[in-house]
Design a protein around this ligand. Sequence first.
Ligand code: G6P
Length: 442
Amino acid sequence: MSKGIKIVTIGGGSSYTPELVEGFIKRYDELPVRELWLVDIEAGKEKLEIVGAMAKRMVKAAGVDCEVHLTLDRREALKDADFVTTQLRVGLLDARILDERIPLSHGLIGQETNGAGGIFKALRTVPVILDIVEDMKELCPNAWLINFTNPAGMVTEAVLRYGNWDKVVGLCNIPVNAVFEEAELLGENNRDLFFQFAGINHLHWHTITDKNGKDRTDELIKVMYGQDDAKSIVANIKDNNLIWEQVENLHMVPCPYHNYYYYTDKMLAEELEDFKNNGTRAEKVKEIEHELFELYKDPNLDYKPKQLAERGGARYSDAACEIINSIHNDKRTTMTVSTRNNGTITDLPAESAVEVTCTITGKGPVPYNFGSFKPQERGLLQVMKSMEELTIEAAVTGDYGTLLQAFTMNPLITSGDVAKEVMDELLEAHKHYLPAFFKEEN
Ligand code: G6P
């Protein structure tokens, strides 16, 4: 029998775990995962036990030879791992609620990935990821790290720049969803189309070419944006109506998160309205999670429930399984991931993480060359990448001035006194998770 694969999932108590398990079961013949270690922390123990029991039932029902281990001991789990996946949330959903509530209560977009919330999520997450990388150097030096923890681009870049660890791939479900949904909009099979994405996580654009070499990008833009009730391809962003003359002029398809930049006033108004009436997205997610965990408790449930699709991250884990499969078997699948730029996009620093279409080989992602963007895209992209660089640096150094630069540079945050007030309030609210900023107090 060939040696099986050992996977370690940090943040294993997440409600997304059943998707991951389903993905491994589906691929078992090609990718024999014999050990799946789900790791969590004391505060996530109850969820880990519930979702872990469900994972065990799924594996048993599928009849595959895979042992599911549950543990709070990360180092025990990491020993000799082949792949480590990270889907953790430092401070759990309560921290996300603060990330979204505090900015909104001052009239700013919170947004847990690209807004003020995302900056603070990075500050909390980067030190933890860098610790995990240190453990990996010691306990599983040949393993790959597949990260889906948000903000996925910044976390990946932190690992590359400050963790000095090259075997990392950052993953987001937006490009995965786009390939499926947009092929359908064009009435094509996704296997007959080539999608080329370039940019950074949650701020990328793409083109589409069909199997006859015909560029279908403008046609898709028309289908997606040339009508009044365009629907978004992800559950957490409601509609997709952009200003037609602006989007038509791009000749590249924007991603759903562009709504925040191209239509900031509308997005803010929608978020404030929701905030007033129903609370933040994080609070909604907490309700969905509660419902999901109630389902997971059912000893007869041994498959992924359909309610999981209400979360914005649908298809995430399945994509992660495919990346692992492609690296393990050198399958050379075409996928869009966050990886080191290395000149792929000439407008951005070589050492930064970019989200680009790649061939996933046994040696990791090899990007399709992209070149340079037009000013339409380049300006925003360079601002956001600089903002990311400053945020990561602040997460590592705990430097207040660097963080304030990142804050005021972000186009979703106004500069000046309000920005500083919101930042100070967020620092105070999260101080327990920010040892670099509160050295003496922690
Ligand atoms: C999208 C993004 C993910 C994000 C998710 C949030 O799919 O690509 O990066 O995690 O939405 O969804 P949620 O259900 O947590 O609001």
